[in-house]
Design a protein around this ligand. Structure first.
Ligand SMILES: [Zn+2]
Length: 237
């Protein structure tokens, strides 16, 4: 059995008593929201999910709470992005469905007595990401004693470190940090510029990605997210 003094855990891998021991001290739920989406030849289809899960776990290790399984459902994928042709390796859902799932999920997390819900969105498509944020905003009005914090990692990072990108320098560096064996930088062309139409990359050159840069992003994210979460803990718990 796991140590009862654990401050965090993976919700779906724990028994009720273990869950309640953590929840009693820290009623925070982390909901990593990812996607199954084509991320070029150099990254796996689950990049957004792997990123969201690991960023949630790292934050839970700092501040405590329970990490739920990743929601691998997303709208507005590169599959339907105008001007590009990447029909394969993406599983896309409607905006309406994403809103419904988000509402039903958050509602039940409230019923399960979580006070703070951290919804970390790994997929930067729009309006997908805005839908999650707007549901959180509605729930903040509906449940003033709870707080629903929906955000993407780049929302709390300076622009010179990370901005919204698709399989570019930022996402690829994070993937190299969290799951290096899933990345193949050699699959990127060496003799031309990287572009959205051919490489499914939006943002800075992923050929410059390193594990060290990924670690730098994670460390700054953790610092900023911990400050924000501590403020929320002081108010809502
Ligand atoms: Zn992505």
């Amino acid at each position: 059995m796991k140590n009862i003094n654990e401050i965090w855990g993976l919700y779906d891998q724990m028994r009720p008593q273990q869950i309640e021991a953590i929840q009693k001290k820290t009623p925070i739920a982390y909901l990593p929201w990812g996607a199954i989406e084509y991320h070029g030849n150099h990254n796996p289809t689950g990049l957004d999910s792997i990123k969201a899960l690991n960023l949630c776990i790292d934050l839970a290790k700092e501040k405590g709470g329970l990490v739920f399984p990743v929601v691998h459902l997303a709208a507005n994928l590169i599959k339907s992005y105008p001007g590009v042709d990447f029909p394969k390796h993406s599983i896309e859902f409607s905006e309406k469905l994403i809103r419904n799932i988000c509402e039903e999920y958050l509602e039940q997390l409230v019923q399960q007595d979580f006070k703070i819900i951290v919804l970390l969105s790994g997929h930067a498509g729009e309006p997908h990401q805005n839908i999650l944020k707007s549901v959180a905003k509605e729930f903040n009005k509906k449940y003033p004693d709870n707080y629903f914090w929906a955000f993407a990692e780049f929302d709390i990072l300076p622009d010179d470190l990370l901005v919204a990108n698709h399989s570019a320098l930022g996402e690829t560096s994070l993937q190299l940090y969290y799951a290096p064996t899933t990345v193949d930088l050699d699959s990127l062309p060496k003799d031309r510029e990287i572009c959205l139409e051919l490489d499914a990359v939006s943002g800075k050159d992923p050929r410059l990605a390193t594990k060290e840069f990924g670690e730098k992003i994670v460390k700054t994210y953790l610092k900023n997210a911990s400050i924000k979460l501590e403020e929320l803990i002081q108010i809502y718990i």
